[in-house]
Design a protein. Structure first.
Ligand code: NAD
Length: 337
């Protein structure tokens, strides 16, 4: 039986943790084994062979070590490690070092070790809709040019260009997935500008107050602010699909795919919250308009054309916000959110 050896960087992060479980459950990835790396010690999944490595991946030596474990050269790399939006805006040099320099070193290593594998290594890179900025069409399509207006989007776009060029030259088999904003993110509130998009659901369902920085009351027209979102479940299914798309199905000139999502306004979220958690949950949402936060979120594209990613076999959430909020409620009851 064939064996898949998969390297996940950023494996101790939220999506990295979910991804290894999804790959184990994926019938198309038989006999999977993992090399899991992060600056924080990653957790080894149960019942599969795995090597865990705690390392800062901003230097060549620790990156070389990922290709020299007892599991040999990985056939697929999920390159997920990174400094998130607010982090790379606040610490520009760290953002460049991790979101650009470290990705370049990873690509060079995949290029160097690739010839020892049976085929060019598949390199799945997670990007973001933060690559977009400036004037945008009503609906973003694969033809829309990305002109980021922040350090995070700039770093992601720079690395995307490298992944594309390394793929064009046949050094790797790259796949770039631009993620929507994922709701509902579990855990504690983060400092990200988009944090409230999860926060207005997560905290109230746990019986805790949440501050919505958009609008000053439940009747405020500002609540019509739209965002482009996807559930964690669908996003992880799409991470798995990213390695299965045949290379020749991508557009000739780019390996970029904007993962499918849907448009949800703050009001859509609050209506779903009330349906699932009742008025008592809704009453836990407090409002204090933050014009800076509102301006940043308003600059992100809220509508994309899903035709191309769906043609590649990627998945989209059905039924809007309510099933997502319901699932999160179940996760809380199960003690996993
Ligand atoms: N979660 C989202 O809504 C979202 C949206 C768009 C894009 N993304 C992208 O998806 C990927 C995963 O996101 P996430 O939500 O799991 O993020 P996360 O912050 O939970 O995980 C990122 C991981 O990278 C690790 N890391 C940071 N610097 C490192 C270094 N120098 N060496 C080794 N590891 C390092 C961190 O320790 C962390 O575990 C990221 O690339 C992110 O940019 C996420």
């Amino acid at each position: 039986m064939t064996t898949s050896t998969i390297l996940i960087t950023g494996a101790a992060g939220w999506l990295g943790g979910l991804l290894s479980d999804a790959l184990i459950a994926d019938a198309r990835t038989p006999n999977v084994r993992f090399i899991l790396a992060d600056i924080v010690e990653p957790k080894a999944p149960k019942n599969v062979e795995a090597v865990t490595i705690k390392a800062d991946l901003t230097a060549k030596d620790p990156i070389d070590a990922l290709f020299n474990t007892k599991l040999g050269i990985p056939d697929t790399i999920y390159c997920l490690h990174g400094i998130m939006s607010r982090g790379s805006e606040d610490n520009f040099d760290l953002g460049l070092k991790v979101n650009v320099d470290s990705i370049r070193l990873m690509l060079q290593a995949a290029r160097e070790y690739g010839p020892k594998a049976d085929a060019p290594i598949k390199f799945v890179f997670t990007s973001s809709l933060a690559v977009y900025g400036g004037p945008l069409p009503h609906v973003v399509t694969p033809d829309t040019i990305a002109t980021p207006e922040g350090a995070y989007g700039m770093g992601k776009l720079t690395s995307e260009l490298l992944v594309n060029e390394f793929s064009r030259r046949g050094f790797i088999d790259g796949r770039i997935i631009r993620l929507p904003t994922i709701v509902v993110r579990p855990g504690v509130p983060s400092a990200a500008t988009s944090a409230f998009i999860s926060g207005v659901i997560r905290e109230p369902l746990k019986g805790i107050e949440s501050l919505c920085p958009i609008g000053n009351s439940i009747d405020d027209p500002a609540l019509e602010l739209p965002s482009w979102v996807a559930s964690p479940e669908t996003t992880i299914k799409n991470f798995v699909q990213a390695m299965h798309v045949p290379g020749d199905k991508f557009l000739k000139h780019t390996r970029v795919v904007c993962l499918p999502g849907f448009t949800a306004t703050v009001r859509d979220e609050l209506e779903a919250l009330e349906k699932v958690g009742g008025k008592k949950a809704l009453d836990l949402v407090k409002f204090k308009d933050d014009p800076i936060n509102r301006r940043i979120v308003s600059s992100w594209p809220p509508r994309f054309d899903n035709t191309y990613p769906l043609s590649l076999g990627f998945h989209v959430d059905e039924g809007g916000m309510e099933p997502i909020v319901r699932q999160f409620q179940k996760d809380i009851e199960a003690g996993i959110a």
